[in-house]
Ligand binder design. Structure first.
Ligand code: 13P
Ligand code: SF4
Length: 316
């Protein structure tokens, strides 16, 4: 079947089944274009929490679909490829975190949403890249914090807040692969370009930034500013949305360390295809199944983040 036929079948099925498709900005352009809603990790969690669909199909990775299941366990949550994981989330297991807490006792555990459900169940509060600073600032000023699993976002929020934070040594293979030298070279060739950096990037790359923020933050930045060129240091799927909002600007994907001319795609995000979405909606599989006890343990920390995000809405 051709892509166009899959797309019309998907549109018909989602109406019949009262289903919505939520897509992350790192999905391919064709998937972003058919989604009911495209967003960053925070917006997707919020959208899952506040909607009336019976089925949510997640065009994203497993931790995102599992977060939706934690927030609304009564809904059917579908993930078109159950192997769409996340190297960052997988870098910290529950047993490893137990040991890390044992050697760093008495700290509030803050888990990045890019973590497994088992880790969320052990956390006091969750954050995303869009609200991490607000979440940390919502905690008592003299309290000590343990942050998992991203070392780069962890060091970024420590710099921004000045809080006592110990950080798990995990990293995202996409965001750690941007080359500071390559970005400087690109800036030399395009001196008018502003450098936009995701906080999952290493400190050497963050130091070059004109703007640091989540994918949604970057998008707001480019849409609301008149600069003519941007160097984008995050997964290049976001550039599709940047072009939709402002076609007049030039968007240059930041170069990788290993293969400077190859796209720095997240291979987990890019396992999702239109054909897999069609099959998933048709057969309602793969479906996210989580132990209800685990869901209950993880929900408090996720809801605490959603409540804080309501307070800080619009300030990212
Ligand atoms: P945001 O969606 O919070 O910008 O995070 C990026 C990311 O790595 C998602 O996997
Ligand atoms: Fe995980 Fe990195 Fe891919 Fe995001 S971009 S899903 S953090 S591996």
């Amino acid at each position: 079947m051709r892509n166009a036929n899959y797309i019309s079948a998907i549109s018909r099925m989602r109406k019949e089944k009262n289903a919505i498709i939520l897509a992350h900005y790192y999905q391919t352009a064709d998937i972003q274009d058919i989604a009911d809603f495209v967003g960053d990790s925070l917006a997707l969690a919020q959208k899952a929490a506040y909607n009336k669909a019976d089925i949510i199909l997640f065009a994203g990775v497993k931790f995102m679909a599992e977060t939706a299941k934690i927030i609304c366990p009564e809904k059917k949550i579908l993930l078109p490829d159950i192997d769409a994981g996340c190297s960052l989330a997988d870098s910290c297991t529950a047993d490893e975190l137990k040991k890390f807490i044992a050697v760093n006792p008495g700290r509030t555990v803050v888990a990045y949403i890019n973590s497994t459900t088992e880790i969320k169940a052990m956390a006091d509060i969750i954050c995303t890249s869009a609200n991490a600073v607000h979440v940390i600032e919502s905690l008592p000023e003299n309290g000590k914090i343990l942050f998992v699993p991203d070392r780069n976002l962890g060091s970024y929020i420590r710099e921004k807040t000045g809080r006592d934070i110990v950080v798990w040594e995990g990293a995202c293979h996409v965001h750690e692969n941007f080359s500071a030298e390559g970005i400087l070279r690109l800036k030399k060739e395009n001196p008018e370009a502003e450098i936009l950096v995701h906080p999952e990037c290493e400190s050497a790359v963050r130091q070059l930034a004109d703007y640091i923020g989540s994918t949604a933050g970057m998008l707001e930045y480019t849409a609301g500013n008149k600069n003519k060129a941007y160097i984008v240091a995050t997964e290049p799927g976001i550039i599709h949305q940047m072009k939709l909002r402002r076609a007049d600007a030039k968007y240059l994907a930041a170069p990788r360390k290993d293969f400077p001319f190859a796209a720095n795609d997240c291979n987990f995000m890019k396992t999702i295809t239109i054909e897999k979405i069609y099959n998933c909606l048709k057969y309602e599989e793969p479906v996210i199944r989580l132990d209800p006890v685990l869901i209950n343990s993880a929900r408090t920390a996720v809801e605490r983040m959603l409540d804080i995000s309501k307070i800080f809405a619009g300030s990212r």
